[in-house]
Design a protein around this ligand. Structure first.
Ligand code: ZN
Length: 189
């Protein structure tokens, strides 16, 4: 941040009184511009034995497969955000959402929260941000063409948990993502 979004004057980095972190502070109107992590909400839509993936039409990772997910908006719940992203990216409706994986990504200031969900029907299509949307059996998952390790790790957890039909909420450590990264050698992101 270089300029104040309130008054347009230059901002500088300093620790405000009573604070303990560097913040962007406007030298003119003294507004402190706090920057906090962003929440990415999304779904793992399930139809019988299959799961729905979207092929990204936008950067980063254009052309790679992902679960429908995106930044939460003000004024909506986490579950609404996950369902909305699924509608936008896959033109699909979901029900019975259950929080499933949670990833802290402090290196990029994001928190991922992904829900398991049932597809309501097979009426889905590529939304504006997708090149393609399709259902995959476990044996068909394009592991080396997944967009992000959070997506791969969520799918790994799902197929493992599905064998027991028990799906605990998984607050996955970064090490699990790194292990997934190592195991899918084509991953370059
Ligand atoms: Zn200002």
């Amino acid at each position: 941040m270089k300029f104040c979004s309130h008054c347009g004057n230059p901002v500088s980095q300093l620790v405000p009184p009573g604070d303990n972190r560097l913040r962007h502070v406007c030298g003119h109107c003294t507004t402190v511009h706090y920057q906090n992590p962003r929440i990415v909400a999304g779904c793992l839509p399930v139809w019988g034995e299959q799961v729905l993936l979207c092929r990204r039409a936008i950067e980063p990772r254009r052309g790679y497969w992902t679960l429908p997910a995106g930044f939460m908006e003000n004024g909506e719940t986490l579950e609404q955000a996950a369902a909305r992203e699924t509608a936008e990216e896959a033109c699909a409706r979901v029900r019975d959402l259950s929080l499933y994986t949670l990833f802290d990504l402090p290196h990029i200031n994001q928190v991922y929260m992904l829900f398991r969900a049932e597809l309501v029907d097979l009426d889905f299509a590529a939304g504006e941000e997708s090149l393609d949307v399709r259902l995959f059996l476990e044996s068909e998952i394009p592991w080396s063409e997944l967009a992000f390790p959070t997506i791969g790790r969520t799918l790994e957890c799902y197929f493992a948990d599905r064998q027991q039909h028990v799906y605990p909420v998984r607050n996955e450590p970064l090490e699990a993502l790194r292990a997934h990264y190592r195991n899918t050698s084509n991953f370059v992101g």
